[in-house]
Design a protein around this ligand. Structure first.
Ligand code: GUN
Length: 293
């Protein structure tokens, strides 16, 4: 029987632990962890993500603030807001939702966030700590960190002897995912749009992580029998069967065919997605502890 990995349940567990520790943190320090989320523009998917991040922060007992800026906000105005949040003692985590409008240099924005408040783990300082294995003080990006927890549930913490293939080379998911798998002793290959024979490479994977943003691209026949499949994709596609104009969410993996080959697989929705938000809460709590000294 294929194990359908219940990310929603695992995430709820992580959130419960965060809530408990938040209560203890409050007893010890007389304050609660603070998370600021920043959205520039009106991208509907980003609006949904930001709203669920703020809501979860409140549920955890955090001080939660949301800044929504107009789509035509200048880079300078956004940088001033970030500097203000950097200096705000009540804020432990700053998250600027990506993508940003084209007049804004996302790289510059990310590097302006104080590394000790960079709960997304995108600042060079945190990327460097992850790739060099200095995990004690840095932040790991939330989606790969959440995916890694699911992989640990199946395989334990030591992936020695296992072949992992990460499809996608983004800074947000693919590259940090590969770093985490490597740190856990897996043999790691990163595949991308220029990879020669993607189906053949995927068939070598004991652990396959799909993070390409292409609906149902990875088919069942690309998957090695008994593999663990982690589907990071969240793609909205038309669903005429639900009625005219309706949509549904699908992953980067063709779940129906893949589940017959895999030993364990994450569904979409309800797999990696809830883990991302849970790990953002865990990172924010951790930031609060680190900043409290
Ligand atoms: N856009 C898509 N994924 C992410 C993420 O993990 N963090 C931020 N800030 N923006 C995103």
């Amino acid at each position: 029987m294929t194990r359908i990995i219940d990310g929603k349940a695992v995430a709820a567990n992580v959130v419960e632990q965060v809530k408990d520790h938040t209560a203890l943190f409050k007893q010890d320090t007389d304050r609660v962890p603070g998370l600021a989320v920043v959205l520039v523009g009106e991208d509907p998917a980003s609006q949904v993500y930001i709203a669920s991040k703020s809501k979860k922060a409140e549920e955890c007992g955090f001080h939660s603030v949301q800044h929504t800026l107009d789509a035509d906000t200048s880079q300078d105005d956004l940088l001033v807001l970030i500097e203000t949040l950097n200096a705000d003692e009540a804020i432990d985590g700053i998250l600027v939702q990506l993508p940003l409008p084209e007049q804004i240099d996302a790289g510059k924005v990310i590097q302006t966030i104080a590394p000790e408040k960079d709960v997304d783990g995108f600042h060079f300082s945190n990327v460097g700590k992850l790739t060099t294995g200095e995990l004690g003080t840095g932040f790991v990006p939330c989606t790969p960190a959440g995916s890694m927890l699911l992989i640990e549930m199946i395989h334990g913490k030591d992936l020695s002897g296992l072949d992992a293939v990460v499809v996608g080379r983004s800074n947000i998911v693919g590259k940090p995912m590969a770093s985490l798998l490597l740190a856990a002793n897996a043999t790691v290959t990163i595949a991308h749009s220029r990879t020669r024979d993607l189906p053949e490479l995927c068939r070598t994977a004991d652990i396959l992580v799909a993070a390409v943003g292409r609906p149902q691209m990875i088919k069942g026949e690309w998957i090695k029998e008994g593999a663990t499949v982690i589907d990071v994709g969240i793609n909205r596609v038309p669903a005429p069967e639900k009625g005219e104009g309706k949509t549904r969410l699908v992953g980067d993996v063709d779940f129906t065919s893949a589940k017959d080959e895999a030993a364990a697989i994450t569904p979409v929705p309800g797999g990696v997605g809830p883990m991302t938000i849970a790990l953002l809460m865990a990172n924010t709590l951790r930031s609060a502890y680190l900043r409290a000294g």
